[in-house]
Design a protein around this ligand. Structure first.
Ligand SMILES: *Cc1c(COP(=O)(O)O)cnc(C)c1O
Length: 464
């Protein structure tokens, strides 16, 4: 067996990595120069790297390790399932026990009439499924003209051709000819950056009403669905004003537009409830799930469909699916993850006890001279960095310059906190203890302090 404790020296690993491994969302040239951090093991909320440093993971990997690292139960279930039935497909009228059990459990956990699951191996694939599925749904209902999907700028729905098009990341659209036709983007409810002089309430309404305007412009008979994250994650943890979602729900109901809630991050306890849709009070027709579904222990995602959507789609053959849809090992691991999240009360405890504590501590960072806003819902938090809190000014330096400087200090202080432009974001494992929350906040404050000195010294504490 290839023991992790016997690995090559860090510099050699880094050189091999840079030579042969092309990283996602990275500048390969920079990576070759500086060397990637090599993570060798993890337990709870803590990572260990190849130099033996222990690092507090305030991002739960990529927003996914809700249950924390190092749960033997999941490893046992995977090994057992691999011995019993490592693979079989779910095409052409076959099935297996893990996928049946997982689907039943998801139908129980998901709110309302969301009772039917179509699987993928990732969030991107699930949103690709949704794209074809909603168009097929309307065609089956005799309205083949209803094809356009409305999404939002700065949304993240994945990185494949379809899901990257559904997303509203301009940097992604600029590479590889996205978006594909038939997708329309409206503005996001980011009050801090785009709200101007409006109150958050008025701004939330205005942004929601852009959906109605778009439907009327495109024609109600042309619009299939609206897709959105209940709270935007990768876009910078954008918490919409309270007025936003009720208005969106009203508009979707009025014009018969399917509502797709992309719960890939928000699902499975991340917002303090099982699903973000419950936190923001919406009734989606379809939910995209992945990430926390297996706490990242296995690649699995899916779409949970309402009774009505499933009935329409189920009437004829939907020519769609993946070799690994409902993979037995991934399904078994996801089911065990859900069992632990539920039976050990991880989601309930996080919502009732940890989240309020985390909120209080996280919001205390708003008194830092460089932090304008500390916004957090459940376990999704963001700090808006600014040189002038009163006017919510942006820095004169290119967007992300200061955010990157804070991130560099976090990295040096053994805290994983990401930056999205000039916002610092967190999404820790839901099993984080109050003591670990204290450590997170101490390290975040230290990193902010150190970066602040540097920002001032380099003459960057200047408004645009
Ligand atoms: C991560 C993410 C996706 C894409 O999931 P992958 O598993 O990376 O393909 C889709 N939607 C949201 C909201 C996400 O955060």
């Amino acid at each position: 067996m290839n023991k992790i404790s016997n690995h090559l020296p860090t510099a050699e690993l880094q050189a091999l990595d840079a030579a042969h491994h092309v990283h996602p969302f990275s500048t390969q040239a920079e990576l070759a120069e500086r060397g990637a951090r090599v993570i060798t093991r993890a337990d709870g909320c803590w990572l260990t790297d190849s130099d033996g440093e222990t690092i507090l993971d305030a991002m739960a990997g990529l927003w996914c390790v809700n249950i924390g690292y190092g749960r033997d139960e999941l490893a046992e279930v995977a090994a057992q399932q691999m011995r019993e039935l490592p693979y079989y497909n779910t095409f052409f009228m076959t099935t297996h026990v893990p996928v049946i059990a997982l689907s039943k459990k998801l139908a129980e956990l998901a709110p309302g009439n969301l009772n039917h699951v179509m699987y993928s191996s990732s969030g991107s694939e699930a949103n690709d499924t949704n794209l074809r599925l909603v168009r097929t749904y309307w065609a089956e209902k005799g309205k083949p003209e209803k094809q356009v999907i409305i999404s939002r700028w700065n949304a993240y729905h994945g990185s494949s051709v379809g899901s990257g098009s559904l997303g509203g990341m301009k940097g992604m659209h600029a590479q590889g000819g996205l978006p594909i036709p038939g997708i329309h983007h409206i503005d996001q409810p980011d009050w801090w950056n785009e709200g101007g002089d409006m109150s958050p309430e008025d701004f939330g309404l205005e942004r929601a009403q852009q959906l109605e305007k778009a439907i009327l412009e495109l024609g109600e008979d042309k619009v299939a669905a609206f897709i959105a994250e209940p709270i935007q994650g990768a876009g910078g943890v954008i918490v919409p004003p309270a007025t936003y979602w009720p208005e969106i729900q009203r508009i979707c109901d009025k014009y018969e537009i399917l509502l797709i809630a992309d719960e890939v991050i928000c699902g499975f306890g991340r917002t303090g409830k099982w699903f973000g849709s419950e936190t923001v009070g919406i009734r989606p027709d379809i939910m995209t799930i992945a990430k926390g579904l297996s706490s990242g222990y296995q690649p699995i995602g899916g779409s949970i469909l309402s009774d009505e959507v499933a009935a329409v789609i189920g009437a004829t053959e939907f020519n769609h699916g993946y070799t690994y849809s409902g993979h037995p090992v991934a399904a078994a691991v996801a089911l065990e993850n859900l069992r632990i999240l539920e039976e050990e009360g991880v989601v309930a405890r996080f919502g009732a006890q940890t989240a309020p504590y985390l909120k209080e501590k996280f919001q205390s960072l708003a008194d830092h001279p460089m932090v304008g806003e500390a916004n957090i819902v459940g376990g999704m938090g963001s700090l808006a960095l600014t040189p002038d809190k009163a006017s919510r000014a942006k820095f004169a330096a290119p967007a992300g310059t200061v955010g990157y400087m804070v991130r560099e200090r976090c990295f040096a202080n053994n805290l994983v906190m990401r930056h999205v432009g000039d916002r610092m974001i967190i999404s820790p494992p839901l099993v984080i203890t109050n003591e670990e929350v204290d450590t997170l906040i101490e390290r975040a404050r230290l990193s902010l302090d150190e970066a602040y000195e540097k920002v001032k010294a380099e003459g960057l504490f200047v408004a645009a």
